[in-house]
Design a protein. Sequence first.
Lengths: 294, 300, 286
Amino acid sequence: MSFSADSSTRTATRSGWADRAFGFAGGAAAFLTAGLFGWIVWDLIRLGWPHLSWSFFTGEVEDAGRQGGVGPLLISSVLILVCCLVPAVPLGVGCALWLSECVRRGSLTARLVTGGVDLLASVPSIVFGLFGMVFFCQKLGMGFSILSGGLTLAGMILPILVRTTLTALESLPADLRPAAAALGLTRTTSIVRILLPAAMPGIVVGVTLGIGRALSETAALLFTSGYSVRWPESIHDSGRALSVHIYDLALNVANGGPMASSTALVLLALILIINAAAVMLSERWMRRRYHPEA
Amino acid sequence: MTSSKSTTLSRSLDRVFRGVLGLLAAVSGGMVLLIVSYLVTGAWPAIEAGRLAAFFTDERWQPGSARDPQFGVVSMLVGSLLVTLLAVGLATPVGVASAVFHRFYAPPVLERWNRRMLELLIGVPAVVFGFWGLMTVVPLIVRLAPETPGQSLLAGGIVLALMILPIVTLTTQAALQAVPRAQLLAAAGLGLGRARTIWAVALPAARGGIGAGVLLSLARAIGETMAVVLVCGNIPQIPDSLFDPIRPVTSTIALEMGYATASHKALLFCAGLVLVLFTAVFVGWHSFRRQMADTGTGGA
Amino acid sequence: MGNDFSMNSVFSFAVSRKYWVLLGGFSLSLASCSKREAGVETITLTGSSTVAPLVADAAKRYEESHPAVRIEVQSGGSSRGLADAGSGVADLGMVSRALTLEEAKTLKAHRIAADGVCVILHKDNPVAELNRQQLIDIYTKKAVNWSTVGGADAPIVVANKAEGRSTLEVFLHFLGLDNADVKADVVVGENLHVINSVVSNPNTVGYVSIGTAASEAKNGTPIKLVITEGITPSMETVADGTFPITRPLNVVEDAQTSAAAAAFLQFLTSPAIHDLVEKHYFVPVP
């Protein structure tokens, strides 16, 4: 089962100049996006590819990053992401479910929560970092750690998750809920069995957006998960994320430029793998929802 | 017997479930309060010293000057606003058009690949965008206008637009996807062409989702730090043209926070607070308008 | 039928038990205290992003000979180093400038290396030398065209460092200017941001750490180090004291430094790291 558009809408009557103009403008926009993206990635490949090797993925950082690899940072980045998603996904999806299913839209509480979440989206990442340092590292005593960094990021990607899930829930066919109620389903059942699976494509978009945002964040992590290039032994260790390493190499380490590009390529590869895994998992989950016996 | 028991069970389950969701929502909505209170605490020394007024009356920003310290933040707020609006203005039409193309014109394979690409694009660190902007966009601007520094409002707007483009496109795509097929088929059945269907049916139906995406990208743009600091030029001034350098509030925090002494630090917290409140007004206005629109259509 | 579905909803909770296991494990690890194994002492340093890479390398070397010591180096800026060392968040702070009188009351600075600050131009800019007065004119916009200081007919784009950076303080001190007098076209933060600003617009003038500029120039970045007051900027002229614009790279401690931290501090100020200092393009302290 694919979420992409069905052929019936694509082959709708092709008529006149308006249709052609629409297609042309859209195609140009899509081409522009792809072109600019290709340009950026090509620059990264041109500078970074020569330094890529297997040992770059597994080796330790040497000479401030001018030599060696990014092995420990790769592990740190993944751990930070896990610490971020584990609290953020239930928070975000739960909040969106509450907003769309449990309160009247437009009520004061709903408006306050939506406003709070929207506002959260606009907090500068560096403010998140400073907040995370004071709140998680110092007040809650977690120190400079992967855990502190992940939790800080969880707050950062929360608005993305809430907004995308909410959009998905709100755009479900209006007759879905009365239909579920008419079948005698409880609220819980209707949410877990009907609404959540139906909104899954939107939620997956939100999660992949969140993953990208979390893995690319620099400012918030510099102050929370820190700068250490050691192999992390637990989530209580400080661990430098790939993005922080890229920042350090690009702006702080003389002649770090090429290695910054290589590290960026590694980061892109990591995101590709994680996103693919997220999509696969969600598709498997959907299949199980619709055919529970299988 | 078993039936009534399970009904009671499911009722209480319902209540627990609702409670859990409410709790999650409270945490999500309340987190911003935690951050604002943290900002207020950090900014308190400056507020107490009565610097807040100077924030809006002083013309320049030179907190470290021994001879003539000034704390004007207005030009930076204007800078944040301009660069954000420019970015959203550039990214929204491109993003929406590209989403429409992939939903209604392109073959499904292309759409899938495009989505993978955009998800990847979101994961490119801001510093990579900033660096690319500095080394690629800025020289182009210098060639276009040789008398200018190159790092400018325009450079910042272009780089930011590129950064939020995936958000606009993906959320629009998701919103278009969610338009009920029946509506599209009905439009086709009425003999509307594809362009008319898109314009008169699909886009209006997806308006809410597109709006949410634009709002999200707007918030993202106004809070963005590491990319704008590399390409905006960071001169706190109200620009006369697109080629003038500007300094967004976030740039100031990023540039100075790591090096500020105690009283200067409080000022930076103050600037952060002002930015968040400024955005609050923005967001509040938007949700107010949305509310109005909702009640409007609800009544009709 | 309703019965069937509500049982299903209970079932569907169980389906996602993998998730709950993950969440449970997560909260457990949250609750567990992060106690390190006994006998390993941790020293934390925070501060200047200029000093951090050097100290991180030195720490690696120190840990090899002291297996019972674990050194955490965190970047984030000189003032973070001062604040953290004073508040006890860190054992030691890294600061890339001399302390003010106020700061010196509570903290003690130990110089681990010296660094020079030099003016840089694009390689294609014909100007090779600028004296102090010319720099003052440029940075106060009395000179706005390169032709007035012996260059081509092109506007001068002035790159200044952001408020609070130690290179800014050192440079303005040399020129005898207050930052309010400086009229910049571009304000930048990190050294490499200055260098790349010059690369991306050849009319730009900026100033950076000599070590960074020299090594970037050596590796083909199209910039050049400008002769100032007749002295060529280099590690040698900084070391022998003839180059006029220099700054110390410090590690600071407060009154309550642990024995382990004091021992590491001793190591940092010893000749044992001189080769590392040079590798990071700084000048060792004799």
